[in-house]
Unconditional design. Structure first.
Ligand code: ADP
Ligand code: MG
Length: 700
């Protein structure tokens, strides 16, 4: 049996009742769980303070001082033990409210102690509540000297009742390491360990708990982060490799007339370098005989649609059908219009299939798809229903990634004997390292350049007292023939308050912008779908001047004439949401603006978000800052991803390491795709283990 799977009650000093609380409070059920309950911080015990030098801002400090007096104060309910301790620089006060009896009995006036705790001040005098006390002696000091960085473990009130505070947990971990360190086996190839100068696994585990010094701690942390990222990438790239071996891909061998004709005669602008690069990447993917699974990231307006279209034309040149799938009808409609406009009527037929396509028309479409007559189909989920059969579907473009699950992607693969190539487009830029982790099994292309001549959106941050200025600006822009969005937050937790704000906002707007001079569209989540669509259409057609909405307005909706985005309570939105909202303007030829309205009172993060928005239009830069501020678990689209359950590594701060590790793992698969080299045998075991840690130890 694997010693690390031993139930925790069998560890010396635990027993059944403590095992129960450990499991309930911290989820620690086995030896392995305890070993992987890493300290959340380390307390420096190398330095001794003089009482005179203690300041209230200091974290934990230790002092050597002699007890000069000891008294019990207060009545029954306010009872406390108060001790005065003195060194050659001053006097401090030590207080206990609990465990008084024990302390009173053991602490001896006249003797010197090593006193360790968090300092405070009371009546101008240094004070500590419930410090750790240890009789001072050179021998004791020497022993503590071995433990210069004392680990601090997270614990709970309940656990403390079982004497399992940080100190108590530390004792258990020490016992466990003494007993089991010899069973911790390496799970990385030895040549990798040597080459990247990693400490071995057993050392890493010992030092993450009980580091001899800061350097040892660093090495241990580095090793464990490396291992964690390594195993994650190993899994991802293995599944990618697996798919590559399993699924053949259609070969788009030639670039033919259709593409060339479009490129030379129809494309109304030169491609940006980024667009060219991505097209080249797609070209390479689709010639290898392997199914393409590519994620195309680019800010709104960076020209993803054109790239998708041109890839589709290559597919058609090679005798295949293609489709674009959008998450909503409105977006499907817009893609349909955009693509029709780009290719023109006489060039190639483009068809639309959504939930509201009438039965009759649908039948005709189905037939023409099955016969292979129809080459470009644009639609919603409707186009992957089982009824829809293609003659030869070669490329599928999916817009707006995270609304389509893996499930639906898989469904697409069954639409042809050889599964179609898949290009997923998303306008939510995510940092490279996050993409590597979340979509580690996809290839990633990035359009990081906007077409020339695009006017960057001007963003300002206004406070409440500048509201009149904002109204004035709205009127000025409307007078120039433009349209304006006004967006309110609507967040589940504060729905009532938000709706009230929205109502107030609508009242103010109607008052400030009265009919008949001004027309308003109002769209919020409480409206029926048909009502929403009706209001949206009025705005899209230019019949209304102002669209007042909660965040429910569709992602990706394109109204080129709308040039002003006003975001109310902007401090309450996340960065990526703000960026997405701002992306609704700046789509036409006119200079566009974004006004962020906020209270004067802003949190540190709130201010940073607004400042970032004012400072940059670059979605990738914004995504990086978002990642820093919120941590990877909260980035849009990553919520349910178990992939991000990292214990050691932090995708925001360990980006360099992740990139390095990814390259190393790629190199391994390049040299040894099936991991057959003897030195890679160990990796099969590492891959098999469910945990990252220690479960796999039986090498036989
Ligand atoms: P995305 O899908 O990335 O939001 P689109 O493909 O819809 O962006 O392009 C946004 C707008 O920019 C469209 O009007 C498109 O015709 C135009 N566009 C795309 N590429 C270029 C380019 N290289 N030069 C000029 N305009 C471009
Ligand atoms: Mg688009």
């Amino acid at each position: 049996m694997n010693p690390f799977q031993t139930p925790i009650e069998y560890l010396k000093g635990v027993g059944l009742s403590r095992a129960g609380v450990l499991k309930k409070e911290l989820g620690l059920a086995t030896f392995e769980d305890l070993l992987r309950h890493f300290p959340y911080k380390y307390i420096d015990r190398t330095r001794f303070y003089k009482i005179r030098d203690i300041e209230p801002e200091l974290p934990y400090v230790q002092v050597i001082a002699r007890i000069t007096s000891k008294e019990l104060l207060g009545d029954k309910r306010t009872k406390r033990l108060v001790i005065q301790a003195q060194d050659d620089t001053g006097v401090m006060e030590l207080v206990w409210f609990q465990g008084i009896k024990w302390m009173e009995k053991t602490l001896v006036p006249g003797k010197a102690y090593v006193i360790f705790g968090k300092p405070g001040f009371f009546n101008g005098k240094a004070q500590m509540a419930h410090p750790e006390m240890e009789l001072y002696s050179p021998a004791n000091l020497a022993r503590n000297g071995n433990l210069t960085l004392q680990p601090a473990y997270s614990s709970t009130e309940k656990l403390k009742q079982f004497m399992l505070d940080s100190k108590g947990l530390q004792k258990l971990v020490a016992t466990l390491l003494d007993q089991c360190a010899k069973d911790i086996h390496e799970n990385l190839p030895q040549y990798i360990i040597n080459k990247y100068r990693l400490v071995d696994k057993a050392t890493a585990y010992r030092n993450i708990h009980f580091p001899g010094d800061a350097a040892a701690l660093n090495e241990a942390q580095h090793r464990l982060k490396f291992e964690e990222l390594f195993l994650l990438q190993l899994r991802m790239l293995k599944s990618k490799m697996h798919r590559t071996l399993k699924f053949k891909g259609n070969i788009f061998g030639t670039v033919g007339n259709i593409f060339n004709d479009f490129y030379e005669h129809k494309l109304p602008f030169p491609l940006t370098n980024a667009q060219k690069r991505v097209l080249k990447e797609i070209r390479q993917d689709t010639q290898r005989g392997v199914q393409m699974n590519r994620l195309l990231q680019g800010d709104v307006g960076s020209g993803k649609t054109v790239v998708a279209l041109m890839s589709m034309l290559i597919a058609i040149d090679n005798g295949f059908q293609t489709c674009i799938m959008a998450p909503t009808e409105i977006l499907a409609n817009q893609h349909y219009q955009t693509i029709k406009d780009l290719v023109g009527d006489d060039f190639i037929e483009v068809a639309l299939l959504t939930g509201s396509t009438p039965q009759k028309a649908r039948k005709v479409l189905h037939q023409r798809l099955e016969s292979g007559e129809l080459k470009i189909l644009i639609g919603t989920h409707a186009l992957i229903e089982d009824k829809v059969q293609y003659k030869n579907l070669g490329l599928v473009v999916i817009d707006e990634q995270h609304r389509f699950g893996v499930e639906q992607r898989a469904k697409l693969w069954r639409k042809n004997v050889i599964p179609p190539h898949i290009l997923v487009m998303t306008a939510t830029p995510i940092p490279r390292t996050l993409a590597m982790t979340l979509y580690g099994d996809l290839d990633i292309s990035v359009i990081d350049e906007l077409p020339v001549g695009r006017k960057p959106i001007k963003t300002v941050h206004f406070y409440e007292n500048q509201r009149l200025r904002m109204f004035g600006f709205m009127k000025q822009e409307i007078a120039l023939g433009r349209q304006v969005y006004v967006v309110y937050p609507l967040i589940k937790e504060s729905e009532k308050l938000d709706l009230k704000n929205l109502e107030d906002g609508i009242n103010t707007m109607s008052h400030e912008f009265p009919v008949p001079d001004y027309q308003l569209s109002i769209v919020h989540g409480k409206l029926k779908a048909a009502e929403k669509a009706y209001e949206m259409k009025r705005f899209i057609k230019g019949e209304t001047h102002i669209m007042v909405a909660t965040t429910v307005i569709e992602v990706g909706v394109n109204v080129p004439n709308a040039s002003v985005m006003i975001i109310e309570n902007a401090e309450r939105f996340g960065l990526s949401q703000l960026h997405q909202l701002r992306g609704r303007v700046g789509r036409g030829a006119e200079q566009s603006y974004c006004i962020l309205m906020s209270n004067h009172k802003l949190s540190h993060d709130g201010r940073k978000r607004l400042n970032t928005m004012v400072k940059t239009n670059n979605g990738f830069e914004i995504a990086e800052i978002d990642l820093e501020l919120r941590g990877p678990g909260n980035i849009e689209g990553t919520e349910q991803s178990g992939v991000l359950d990292l214990k050691m590594a932090n995708l925001a701060t360990d980006q360099q390491l992740l990139i390095q590790v990814r390259k190393i793992v790629e190199g391994i698969f390049e040299a040894d795709p099936q991991l057959t080299n003897p030195e890679h045998q160990i990796l099969h075991l590492s891959l098999q283990s469910k945990e990252q840690g220690l479960s796999w130890d039986k090498i036989s």
